[in-house]
Design a protein around this ligand. Structure first.
Ligand code: PBG
Length: 323
C-alpha cells in the first residue's frame, strides 16, 4: 500500500493540520422571537432553550450574545391574535412590537447586524405569507405589501431585509422600493429555495403563525425538486439579492451545494426550528451526545457550502466553547 489515509489521522495535531472546514462565530445568524409586554420570557415548548422575549429582555439577550462574538440576529414577532388582519397592517405600525424592537436593538447596539423578516404570516389573520383572495395567495398584490414592509424595516435600522415569502418577483420589487427612498445600502437576503417543509412546525408554534387553511405548497417549493432551485437562484441574482438562502438545511444539503457551485453570491442556510427540536428531543432522552450532534450538524451545513448559517444553536455553541 502506497497510500494510507490513516497517516493523516494519527494524532490530534495532524488531524487539526488537515482539517478542511471550520465553524466561526461570524458564520452564524441567531434567530430571536419577540413578544409584547415587559419582563416577559416564555419558552417555546417545542424548542427547549429558545424563548420569546419582550423588548427589554431582548436587549439583554442581544447584549449577552454580543459578548460571545455573536453579532447577527434575525428577529421574528409573535403578535396577539387581535392585531392580525388580512393585509398585515400591523407590520407597518411604527409603534408596533416589531418595528419598535428593531429600532431599540439597533440604537442600543449599533454594532449588531439586524436581519428582518419580510413576509405577511406573523401579521396575517390567514397565517399565509401572502395576501389571500378567494382562497388563493395572490402574488402581485402581495409584492406591494412586502415592499412597504421592507422599507418600514429599513427606516428603523434593518441592515439586511430577508423576504421569506416565496412570491415571484419580490426581490426586484423590494430592491426598487428600497432604492427609491435612498436605502441603497440595505441588503437583501433572499429565501431563494424555501421548501414546503414539515420542519417549520416549532417555529409556527413560537409565533402562532400556522396557516389557518390549506398549506404553503403553491408558493414554497416541492421537497422533491432540486433543479428548480437554480431557476429561483438565477431570478434572485438578477433581481439584486445579496445572499441566496436555502431552507431548511439538513434535508437539503444537496441544494446548498448546488447553489454554491452555480452562483457566486454568498449562500446562507437556515437550520430550522424542527431540526433544532429533533436534536433537543433526542438529547433530552439521553439518546444522543448533544454537543457532538450539534457541532457535526453545523459542520455538515458548512461543508455543503453554506457561508452563513441561521441557527437556534448559535448561542449555546459559543457560550459552551463547542467550536
Ligand atoms: C415564514 C417563515 C417560516 C420560517 C421562517 N419564516 C415558516 C413558514 O414558512 O411557515 C421557519 C423558520 C424555522 O422553522 O425555524 N415566513
Amino acid at each position: 500500500m502506497f497510500s494510507r489515509p490513516r497517516r493523516n489521522r494519527k494524532s490530534e495535531v495532524i488531524r487539526n493540520m488537515v482539517q478542511e472546514n471550520f465553524l466561526r462565530a461570524s458564520d452564524f445568524i441567531f434567530p430571536l422571537f419577540i413578544i409584547d409586554g415587559k419582563n416577559q420570557k416564555t419558552e417555546v415548548s417545542s424548542m427547549p432553550g429558545i424563548y420569546r422575549y419582550s423588548i427589554d429582555l431582548l436587549l439583554k439577550e442581544v447584549e449577552s450574545c454580543l459578548k460571545l462574538g455573536l453579532k447577527s440576529f434575525d428577529l421574528f414577532p409573535n403578535l396577539e391574535e387581535s392585531l392580525k388582519d388580512e393585509t398585515a397592517t400591523e407590520s407597518l405600525n411604527k409603534n408596533g412590537l416589531y418595528l419598535k424592537a428593531i429600532k431599540e436593538v439597533k440604537s442600543n447596539f449599533p454594532e449588531a447586524c439586524i436581519v428582518t423578516d419580510v413576509a405577511m404570516d406573523p401579521y396575517s389573520s390567514d397565517g399565509h405569507d401572502g395576501l389571500v383572495k378567494n382562497g388563493e395567495i395572490v402574488n402581485d398584490e402581495t409584492l406591494e405589501i412586502l415592499a412597504k414592509m421592507a422599507v418600514a424595516q429599513a427606516e428603523v435600522g434593518a441592515d439586511i431585509v430577508a423576504p421569506s415569502d416565496m412570491m415571484d418577483g419580490r426581490v426586484g420589487y423590494i430592491r426598487e422600493a428600497l432604492d427609491a427612498v435612498g436605502f441603497t445600502n440595505v441588503s437583501i437576503m433572499s429565501y431563494t429555495a424555501k421548501y414546503a417543509s414539515a420542519f417549520y412546525g416549532p417555529f409556527r408554534d413560537a409565533l402562532d403563525s400556522a396557516p389557518r387553511f390549506g398549506d404553503k405548497k403553491t408558493y414554497q417549493m416541492n421537497p422533491a425538486n432540486q433543479r428548480e432551485a437554480l431557476i429561483e437562484g438565477m431570478l434572485d441574482s438578477q433581481e439584486g439579492a445579496d445572499f441566496l438562502m436555502v431552507k431548511p438545511a439538513l434535508a437539503y444539503l444537496d441544494v446548498i451545494k448546488l447553489m454554491k457551485d452555480n452562483f457566486d453570491l454568498p449562500i446562507a442556510a437556515y437550520n430550522v426550528s424542527g431540526e433544532y427540536a429533533m436534536i433537543k428531543a433526542a438529547a433530552q432522552n439521553g439518546w444522543l451526545d448533544e454537543k457532538r450532534a450539534i457541532v457535526e450538524t453545523l459542520m455538515g451545513i458548512k461543508r455543503a457550502g453554506a457561508d452563513v448559517i441561521l441557527t437556534y444553536h448559535a448561542k449555546e455553541v459559543l457560550a459552551n466553547n463547542w467550536i
